[in-house]
Design a protein around this ligand. Structure first.
Ligand SMILES: Nc1ncnc2c1ncn2[C@@H]1O[C@H](COP(=O)(O)OP(=O)(O)OP(=O)(O)O)[C@@H](O)[C@H]1O
Length: 409
């Protein structure tokens, strides 16, 4: 894994922290890598589990070791951490010291999570890294320069206002809603924000969380100087719908906190957590919701005061295209730029689609011609999608009319 600086960690629900070891070796060696070549501290743990996978591997193997699984500590992670700390003790001047109430030993000392190093074990090269990092920065992001600058200024202002938040008695938190079609760079913007602030990212997948207790543990486990992300929040409306459906069947037991008595998470329950528990614990936190369809969002999410900043991630613009051409092809001028910019003004195309075309060839002539051809395909796709949408709308309208007529009869 390559590193970029500054960088931030991306945590998922299962990966509060992860460690990655990359083993570069030959097929034969990989076949027996767990048995003969991995450090003994975690060799025994993984040998049995990985045997069948390792047999299928080629010369390069990446092993991801999560710190916990379903909130139960992963012993392989502990073993790997100990191994790393023995290797790093001579090289590092930065240690992580922790003590939790239930720990057997009063204080735990380990290496800081952000370390990476290469190590050779029995002639096998091991590359250790404790980060998952995303290379997106504001410089690589194709979006309206004004909006980009506004976001950066907003972040700077937020970071500088510790005393202000204290003085007015408000939690030092900021909420962003990013909306726009798939492929317009919502995830890339989040990564750019995290890299800009050097914050960690917690990616919260609400659909996998069944109970309030899980949600609570998860939110409490998040650290300061972090971004909590809930992607595709419109899909979480399912949570809301699920309860509504049960209401109709007379099964729901929503209490006044907004979640079901037996502890199932609902959208309103989640929002209560965010307003209450999450906003009262910790400092310097950012929460970001993303959606492809702002119009489909539950009104509770759009209530004033809930999300401080709404950012519209738009289709690719001529200036966005120029930035992508510069990043992907290393060119700032080309005879085809004028034609492409005209097409961009007429045909809706996402930065992800433009980037995909530009990636196809290193030769700008070939790549740009490919992009021009792609506009034809895109135009037809857009027309088809529009016709389908109109058809759906008309069908819904006629359904409504039929319902009304039934009611009147
Ligand atoms: N505005 C952008 N600037 C630069 N690259 C972009 C931009 N938008 C998309 N890309 C490229 O397309 C890829 C996919 O984009 P990304 O995942 O950020 O979009 P998204 O809006 O989050 O999509 P989704 O809604 O499907 O999650 C990115 O990894 C990046 O390479």
């Amino acid at each position: 894994m390559s590193s970029s600086s500054p960088k931030s960690k991306i945590h998922t629900i299962k990966t509060i922290v992860s460690t990655i070891g990359t083993v570069a070796t030959t097929v034969m060696v990989v076949r027996s890598v767990a048995k003969d070549y991995l450090p003994p501290e975690f060799r025994d743990y993984i040998y049995l589990g990985l045997k069948s996978f390792i047999k299928k591997c080629s010369t390069h193997l990446t092993i991801v070791i999560y710190e916990s699984d379903d909130f139960k500590p992963n012993e392989i992670y502990k073993a790997a951490e100990q191994y790393i700390s023995t290797k790093m003790s001579l090289k590092t001047n930065r240690l992580k010291v922790t003590k939790t109430p239930n720990q057997e030993h009063p204080i735990q000392v380990s290496t800081d999570e952000n370390l990476e190093f290469t190590d050779t074990y029995n002639e096998v090269k091991l590359y250790w890294s404790s980060d998952l990092d995303h290379p997106s920065t504001f410089a690589t992001l194709a979006m309206d320069t004004d909006i980009k600058e506004k976001v950066m200024k907003d972040l700077d202002r937020f970071i500088a206002r510790r005393d202000y938040y204290r003085r007015v008695g408000k939690a030092w938190k900021r909420g962003y809603l990013l909306y726009g079609p798939p492929g317009t760079g919502k995830s890339s913007l989040i990564a750019a924000m995290a890299n800009y602030l050097n914050f960690d990212i917690y990616d919260l997948d609400l659909s996998t969380i069944k109970f309030n207790t899980t949600l609570r543990s998860l939110l409490v486990a998040t650290e300061n100087r972090s971004i909590l992300v809930v992607e595709d929040i419109d899909c979480s409306v399912e949570l809301h719908d699920r309860v509504s459906a049960e209401h109709r069947r007379g099964l729901a037991q929503d209490n006044h906190h907004g979640y079901r008595k037996e502890g199932q998470v609902t959208l309103s329950g989640f929002l209560n957590f965010i307003d209450g528990l999450w906003s009262s614990c910790g400092d310097e936190r950012i929460i970001i919701f993303t959606t492809n369809r702002k119009d489909k969002l539950d009104p509770a999410l759009l209530r004033p005061g809930r999300m401080d900043v709404h950012i519209n991630m738009s289709y690719c613009t001529p200036s966005g295209f120029r930035l992508l051409a510069s990043n992907y092809l290393g060119i700032t001028q080309h005879d085809l730029f004028g034609e492409i910019e005209d097409l961009i003004r007429k045909v809706e195309i996402t930065p992800a689609e433009v980037a995909e075309q530009l990636l196809k060839d290193d030769d700008p002539d070939i790549s740009l011609c490919g992009l021009i051809d792609f506009f034809d395909i895109k135009k037809k796709q857009n027309e088809k999608a529009k016709a389908k949408e109109e058809e759906n709308l008309a069908a819904k309208e006629s359904e409504k009319i039929q319902e009304l007529q039934k009611y009147e009869n």
